[in-house]
Write a protein that binds this ligand. Structure first.
Ligand code: HEC
Ligand code: HEC
Ligand SMILES: [Cu+2]
Length: 497
């Protein structure tokens, strides 16, 4: 019996295209693992039962009347027009029902949109076909794409049975890691086309749109692994950009942050590699990052993605190819941001010496590293000590150096590295009225946020805060000349309670 119901539900849902993301078909919304997902579920059930009740009452009365008062029993239809009482009743009752439904719905919607007082912010960018995650408080930054096992199995004629691959098409190389019981604000945007970020357990989905920012928030109660996928038709590999969120208790999360930051600080291995090594490792980098568009054979897709085999760029000037791969062009993504120097050297050398090409030259990681944006300068130990004490006054130089690091970590993803902003979405810092105006106004805006501008009062410590304010007023094309010390920021934050 249970089997039959499941089968029926599966058929219906399969027909509607719902529930395809679930391993097992299920009939209803899922409850999820956050308060908001549970509130959404309850709202859904409440409205559903109201509709069921109305449906039963209306159709019940109708069928009862049709059957019991039928003509063959000798009933005669009453003839009346414009009965004021009836008209008032059938206006008032539906109005009351609608108001009764609007109140809980509005409450839940407002809760869903309330991103205030969040503890941290993560910027999510959709790419064809992967996700980019930037933690605005810690500067952690990585790309998350389909895991290798799924990617191999999904290739046409791979000969691999997808059923043998755990979490087939729902697994990634680098999952999004978040702490439990913290209010996490997400800002969403896209680098190329529309995508949509959906993890059913969190209760909502959000579109990611190029040149536009959407926001949402979550707070996960239970540690666990939650899976989802892109739900906006976004091109040929739309079905291959899953999402994996791992929620951890705070101490484990802190350990993950530390480990990830240390690995990032260490950077890529820049030692020279033999040409054979470069080519061998380049094959794996190519298959993971380039084959979705240029195909594993390098043949490309006519009219969309040029062939690598015999490409004039690949068999031409090495420097020109490096430039193109690092900076992108049209629909070709900029890989300078996505791959490290070692991977870039490997994949470029690979394309020039495999896939039917045999140029014979090579490029080493060191040469690539010089072309990539340099990491922030390291601070002297004395400065580092000062940076941890809110009471100590910093020199202008110290403020500016620290401010540059904070800016690149917490602001550049929206206002751009050079402060030029993004027309129509993020105002420029360069020449901004706020930045060149009264410093207190700027501090106030940054503590409390405004619209899509996050509130940094909680996200940065007073030293970082003072440093980045000073930096924006004296760099990025501005030269106001003033500065603010951490102690003043601390006092303002204390005053706020
Ligand atoms: C999202 C799809 C996509 C991915 C992924 C991608 N490319 Fe491209 N690539 C393109 C497109 C589109 C062009 C054509 C750009 C133009 O000229 O407007 C291109 C052009 C190129 C060219 C120049 C070819 C020519 O003859 O004009 C090279 C070389 C190249 N890509 C290398 C790579 C490498 C190496 C990778 C992986 C690290 C990669 N691409 C990943 C889409 C992609
Ligand atoms: C998630 C994207 C985002 C991030 C990250 C961000 N901002 Fe903003 N910022 C905005 C938006 C959007 C506005 C426009 C707010 C408005 O007026 O509605 C803005 C406005 C501003 C303004 C006022 C500019 C003007 O002329 O109106 C300043 C100053 C500013 N931000 C500084 C910063 C600093 C410093 C940081 C880093 C600590 C930062 N922002 C991080 C999105 C962001
Ligand atoms: Cu997508």
């Amino acid at each position: 019996m249970k089997k039959k119901t499941q089968l029926l539900a599966g058929l219906v849902l399969g027909f509607l295209g719902i529930g395809a993301a679930q391993a097992d078909y299920q009939l209803n919304l899922m409850r999820g693992v956050t308060k908001i997902s549970n509130d959404l579920y309850d709202l859904h059930m409440l409205i559903l039962w109201i509709c069921v009740f109305i449906g039963l009452a209306v159709f019940g009365a109708m069928f009862y009347s049709i059957y019991h008062h039928r003509k063959s029993k000798g009933h005669k239809a009453a003839q009346f027009h414009e009965n004021t009482t009836v008209e008032i009743i059938w206006t008032i009752i539906p109005t009351l029902i609608l108001v009764g439904m609007a109140i809980p719905a509005t409450k839940t919607l407002m809760e869903l949109d309330d991103v205030q007082d969040s503890d941290m912010t993560i910027k999510v960018t959709g790419w064809q076909w992967k996700w980019e995650y930037e933690y605005l408080d810690t500067g952690i930054h990585f790309f998350s794409s389909l895991d290798e096992a799924s990617n191999k199995a999904r290739q046409v004629n791979s000969g691999i049975d997808p059923k043998t691959v755990p979490n087939y098409l729902l697994n990634v190389d680098n999952p999004l890691v978040v702490p439990t019981k913290k209010k996490i604000r997400f800002v969403f945007t896209a680098a190329d086309v529309l995508h949509s970020w959906w993890v059913p357990d969190l209760g909502w989905k959000k579109d990611t749109i190029p040149g536009f920012i959407n926001e949402a928030w979550t707070s996960v109660d239970e540690p666990g692994t939650y899976r989802g996928q892109c739900t906006e038709l976004c091109g040929k590999d739309h079905g291959f950009m899953p999402i994996v969120v791992i929620a951890m208790e705070q101490p484990e999360y802190d350990a993950w942050v530390k480990k990830t930051q240390e690995a990032a600080a260490k950077g890529a291995d820049l030692s020279d590699q033999s040409k054979a090594d470069l080519i061998a490792k380049g094959a794996a980098v190519y298959n993971k990052n380039c084959a979705t568009c240029h195909l594993e054979s390098g043949a490309g897709v006519a009219g969309a993605f040029p062939a690598i085999t015999g490409s004039p760029v690949v068999i031409g000037d090495l420097q020109a190819q490096i430039n193109l791969v690092l900076n992108g062009k049209g629909a070709m993504p900029a890989f300078g941001k996505m791959l490290n120097a070692s991977e870039l050297a490997q994949v470029i050398t690979y394309t020039r010496n495999a896939l039917g090409n045999s140029v014979g030259d090579e490029v080493q990681p060191k040469a690539i590293q010089e072309l990539l944006p340099q990491p922030a300068k390291t601070q002297s130990s004395e400065t580092v000590k000062k940076l941890t004490e809110t009471s100590a006054d910093l020199t202008m130089d110290e403020l500016l150096t620290e401010g540059e690091a904070v800016y690149n970590t917490s602001c550049a993803s929206c206002h751009m590295g050079d402060g030029a902003g993004l027309a129509g979405t993020f105002p420029a810092i360069k020449g901004s009225n706020v930045v060149t105006g009264n410093i207190d106004t700027q501090i106030d805006l940054m503590i409390n946020g405004k619209g899509m501008m996050p509130a940094f009062g909680k996200m940065l410590n007073p030293t970082e805060f003072a440093a980045v304010v000073t930096y924006t007023r004296n760099k990025l094309g501005n030269s106001v000349g003033d500065s603010v010390q951490p102690a003043k920021i601390q006092a303002l934050l204390n005053g706020q309670g």
